[in-house]
Design a protein around this ligand. Structure first.
Ligand SMILES: [Fe+2]
Length: 272
């Protein structure tokens, strides 16, 4: 038994689809209720759908009863504030788990490399059902910002950098690909992030939007990249040394954050 996955993700683990005309919509995200989710202090989240409809952003598996990242319950207050964003999230017609708007403060390439992580979307997901992937719909116009994707966490040769102008839409198997956003700006970035169950509904939505499985990477200055990698390595080493001093294993084997990291307030790394 295995999961239902869409073949279009086989090649690269992501697809870029047609951009959405963001200019035609009001900026609903400016009025949403954001939760100060435990993080490094540079993100907040506005839940549109949560595990049980509460104004919170915890993984569905951390609730009682625990559930997989499906059957999200709409959060009445934020749905009322953002009917268009809700409509967009529901457009594919696939089962939705977590659905939220992320607010990301500006960061550096080194920060983003340090933040590379994979998600835990399919915890408790029964085999034989659809694999959870996540759609990222950029709301603010951030043409200099990029979604960084890596097949191998420590191998820059596997990196793809996808630009994030307003309306950019990319669907990612975030449990397969390491990911993080580099957001060089003076203003925060806002993005609608929705967990979808793979199946015919999502396949139809993607196929109708001219999916591209491999896009050219946005350029990065090679010297700047080397500096960023070194800075990220140094930060990781410092983190691991600090955790080792506390007797904690900094990561699970697949690179996801351990409970110790979560309790240390590092949940920010579950998003992008
Ligand atoms: Fe993530």
């Amino acid at each position: 038994m295995t999961y239902v996955k869409l073949p279009i993700f086989d090649q690269s683990g992501y697809v870029v689809v047609d951009s959405y005309d963001q200019s035609r919509d009001v900026r609903e995200w400016e009025n949403l209720v954001y939760v100060d989710w435990k993080s490094s202090g540079d993100t907040r989240f506005a839940p549109l759908a949560s595990a049980y409809g509460e104004m919170e952003c915890d993984g569905f598996w951390n609730h009682t009863p625990a559930k997989t990242d499906k059957d999200g319950v709409w959060v009445p207050k934020n749905v009322t504030i953002a009917p268009k964003l809700t409509e967009r999230a529901r457009e594919p017609g696939a089962n939705i788990g977590r659905c939220r708007v992320i607010e990301l403060q500006p960061n550096t390439y080194a920060d983003a490399i340090y933040n590379l992580h994979r998600d835990d979307n399919n915890r408790l997901n029964p085999e034989g059902t659809g694999w959870i992937v996540r759609a990222f719909c950029n709301l603010t116009h951030n043409p200099e910002s990029v979604m960084i994707l890596r097949e191998e966490k420590d191998d820059p040769a596997t990196e793809t950098r996808i630009p994030l102008p307003a309306g950019a839409q990319v669907v990612i198997d975030t449990q397969r690909l390491y990911h993080a956003v580099w957001h060089p700006s003076s203003e925060p970035r806002y993005c609608l992030i929705t967990s979808y169950e793979s199946g015919p509904e999502l396949d139809t939505w993607i196929t109708a939007r001219h999916p591209i499985a491999v896009v050219p990477s946005a350029p990065v200055d090679p010297a700047h990249a080397q500096e960023a990698y070194a800075a990220a390595d140094a930060k990781r080493a410092a983190r691991e040394a600090a955790l080792a001093a506390k007797g904690s294993d900094p990561t699970f084997g697949d690179g996801t954050l351990s409970a110790d990291m979560s309790s240390a307030g590092m949940e920010v790394l579950s998003e992008a």
